[in-house]
Design a protein around this ligand. Structure first.
Ligand code: SF4
Length: 286
């Protein structure tokens, strides 16, 4: 299998579970569970706001962004949705309603607590076109290992920082940004983007966490970090190992006790497409 062009999400997926990476290659998609749908809806709402804010410098009204999140959930439910046994028991409409409630509450939280602290950059791309610093696609060639890294920078700020939005059901650990491989890959992409556009390289990389706990408590957490050449060199070595694993067709399944190897977080878990899920694990838990 060729691996001369790897996206950040593919690398993260391979490192999380090699078998999940293989199944996506074989089936062309990840069956979306509720967590993924909710996260996408919050991102769509934030993107709608920040893209226009690059020019207007003003945030959209809260209600408009809550509606954007709800509409996005509705749209995603028109496609294939994988529900757990417990969710099926409660019914599609109930689960959809809960997903809308979760997504709109976090879209509101983002608008009220995070968006006012973000001013996306406007920049001129290599083709001479003005672009918003939102969802910026970058390709970085890495000649040392003969592959290209492809990724999308969530938001590049006027002040120079890179921001990445996360949604979660629990508070992140304090060193989450420090350890994040995704932010290191963002730093690599940003370095290339800066060279292509003449914009100053980012000095700060930020994870903006929007949290809603199962009991409904809301919170935001901003985690800032920096990256240097040593971090990036280590990441290139890691990407080289991923490339070698894919090319040698080594697709190890993750450990079954990892939290994401579950019906809620892996779309292949309850579809029967993953041969590593034990039958016992699929039985309803009492
Ligand atoms: S169910 Fe578990 S082992 Fe199977 S693809 Fe998903 S994460 Fe990997």
């Amino acid at each position: 299998m060729k691996a001369d062009r790897l996206s950040i999400s593919a690398i993260n997926q391979y490192l999380r579970c090699g078998n999940q990476y293989l199944l996506v290659k074989l089936h062309g998609y990840t069956p979306p569970g509720i967590s993924l749908i909710q996260g996408k809806a919050v991102h769509a709402s934030a993107e709608k706001n920040l893209r226009q804010k690059a020019r207007s410098r003003v945030d959209l009204p809260v209600e408009e962004l809550e509606q954007a999140a709800a509409d996005n959930v509705e749209e995603q439910f028109h496609g294939q949705v994988v529900l757990t046994d417990e969710e099926q028991g409660r019914g599609l409409n109930v689960v959809k309603g809960e997903a809308k409630d979760f997504s709109t509450s976090l879209a509101k939280l983002h608008r009220e607590k995070v968006a006012p602290t973000v001013q996306p950059l406007l920049f001129v791309d290599g083709g001479g076109h003005e672009q918003e610093g939102v969802e910026v696609k970058v390709v970085a060639n890495i000649p040392r290992i003969g592959t290209s890294l492809v990724g999308v920078l969530d938001v590049k700020e006027e002040s120079g920082g890179i921001r990445d939005l996360k949604t979660s059901g629990k508070k992140p650990s304090d060193d989450e940004a420090e350890k994040s491989g995704q932010l290191t890959m963002y730093a690599m992409l940003d370095a290339v983007h800066a060279k292509q556009t003449g914009i100053k390289r980012a000095e700060t990389f930020t994870l903006d966490y929007l949290v809603r706990t199962p009991s409904g408590t809301l919170g935001t957490y901003r985690l800032d970090t920096q990256r240097d050449r040593v971090d990036m060199t280590a990441m290139v070595d890691r990407i080289a190992a991923v490339k070698e694993g894919i090319e040698k067709e080594i697709f190890l399944p993750t450990n079954p006790d990892n939290w994401f190897c579950s019906a809620r977080f892996c779309g292949f878990y309850s579809t029967g497409l993953c041969r590593y899920v034990a039958k016992g694990a699929r039985r309803p838990q009492s």
